[in-house]
Design a binder for this molecule. Structure first.
Ligand SMILES: Nc1ncnc2c1ncn2[C@@H]1O[C@H](COP(=O)(O)OP(=O)(O)OP(=O)(O)O)[C@@H](O)[C@H]1O
Length: 311
C-alpha cells in the first residue's frame, strides 16, 4: 500500500527567496499528522504544493502513489483541502455550493454523505444563505464540509480552528477523529499546540522552510520530563534574588509571573521551603509539566507569546 502522502526533496522559492527548503516526509494511510511551525515557516506553501495550486521549484509529491504533477486529476480527487484563507463565494447559497462542489472533482453528488456532513457540522439551518452571511465559525465549518464533499482519502486542514470558539473546536476535532476512524488520513496545521498534542500521533515541525523535527508525538514529549514551578506574585519584583537567578528562574515583570525550572534533585516541597525563606509576595502557584510548547520554543527559537528570538 503506498503512503497517503510522500514529499521528497521539496523546494519553493518566491522571487529568489527560498521559503521551502529540501522538505521530505511521509504520511502513512490512516494517520493524523501535524505540521507545525511559526508564522512564515512554509506550512501553507507546502500544503498549496500538495493541493496542486502552487508549483514546486524542485522535488516530488505523491498522494497514494500518484504524482501531483503528472497525475494531477487523480491526486486532486484523492485530496480534500481546507485552505487557511477564507474565500467567500456569494454566487451560490452554501446548500447549492455543497451540492455542486463534488462535480469539480469528477465525483457524483452523494446526497446521503452531503446530508451527513450538513448535520454533523451544524449547517442545516444556514443552507439558504450565501457564505458572506455566515459568522466566522460557520464559514470554517462550511469549508470543512466543502473539503470533504467528494470523500477524499487525504484530508488537509490548514488552521481549521483559527479564531473558532472552544465548543466549536471540540466538535470539529471530534468529527475529524470520526472521519479518521472511518479511514481518512489527515494532515493538519494549527497554532494551538495542545490541539496538535491531543490529535496527532506524529508531528513535523518546520522553521524557515526546513524540517527541524519529525517524530512520534509521544517521543517528542518523552525527551522533556522536567517540571516548572510557576509563581504568580502580588506585585513585580524590583530585583531578582540571587538564589532565584541560580535556579534559572525567569520573570515576566509586566505580569508579575516567576517561572522556576524544578531541579532534578529537588522536590516541589523542597523548592517551596527555599522560596518561603525569600518571603516572596506569592498569591498563586502552579506546577507545569513540560509540553509541546517547550519543544516548539526550543526548536524554532520562539519566545513565549510568539516573538522570534534573534540569534
Ligand atoms: N505567493 C507568494 N509570493 C511571495 N511570497 C510568498 C507567497 N506565499 C507565501 N510567501 C512567503 O513564503 C513564506 C512562507 O509562508 P507560508 O504562508 O507558507 O507560511 P506558514 O508557515 O503557513 O505561516 P502561517 O502560520 O503564518 O500561516 C512567507 O515568508 C511568505 O511571505
Amino acid at each position: 500500500m503506498p503512503d497517503a502522502l510522500e514529499i521528497k526533496g521539496l523546494h519553493k522559492s518566491f522571487d529568489g527567496v527560498e521559503v521551502v527548503r529540501d522538505l521530505s516526509f511521509r504520511i502513512a494511510p490512516g494517520e493524523i499528522f501535524g505540521l507545525l511551525g511559526p508564522n512564515g515557516a512554509g506550512k501553507s506553501t507546502t500544503i498549496n504544493m500538495v493541493a496542486g495550486v502552487t508549483r514546486p521549484s524542485a522535488g516530488h509529491i505523491e498522494v497514494f502513489g500518484h504524482d501531483t504533477r503528472s497525475d494531477y486529476r487523480t491526486t486532486r480527487r484523492l485530496t480534500g483541502v481546507m485552505h487557511q484563507e477564507i474565500v467567500t463565494d456569494n454566487f451560490f447559497t452554501i446548500g447549492q455550493a455543497l451540492q455542486f462542489h463534488s462535480g469539480y472533482y469528477g465525483v457524483a453528488d452523494d446526497p446521503a454523505w452531503r446530508n451527513l456532513l450538513i448535520e454533523r457540522l451544524g449547517l442545516g439551518p444556514h443552507l439558504g444563505k450565501p457564505m458572506m452571511k455566515l459568522s466566522g465559525g460557520l464559514k470554517r465549518r462550511f469549508m470543512v464540509a466543502k473539503a470533504l464533499i467528494h470523500r477524499p482519502r487525504l484530508l488537509i486542514l490548514d488552521e481549521p480552528t483559527a479564531g473558532v470558539d472552544v465548543e466549536l473546536r471540540r466538535t470539529l476535532w471530534d468529527f475529524v477523529r470520526e472521519i479518521n476512524r472511518d479511514g481518512t488520513t489527515v494532515l493538519l496545521t494549527t497554532h494551538y499546540l495542545e490541539e496538535a498534542e491531543a490529535m496527532c500521533a506524529r508531528l513535523a515541525i518546520m522553521n524557515h522552510g526546513r524540517l527541524v523535527a519529525l517524530e512520534r508525538t509521544s517521543d517528542l514529549l518523552a525527551c522533556l520530563d522536567g517540571r516548572t514551578v510557576v509563581l504568580h506574585l502580588q506585585r513585580p519584583l524590583d530585583t531578582m534574588p540571587a538564589e532565584l537567578t541560580r535556579l534559572g528562574a525567569e520573570c515576566r515583570p509586566e505580569h508579575a509571573v516567576l517561572s522556576i525550572p524544578l531541579p532534578k534533585d529537588m522536590t516541589v516541597i523542597e523548592l517551596l521551603a527555599k522560596l518561603h525563606r525569600l518571603n516572596l509576595p506569592i498569591v498563586d502557584l502552579e506546577v507545569r509539566r513540560a509540553g509541546l510548547e517547550e519543544i516548539f520554543i526550543e526548536l524554532t527559537g520562539m519566545e513565549r507569546g510568539g516573538r522570534e528570538v534573534k540569534a
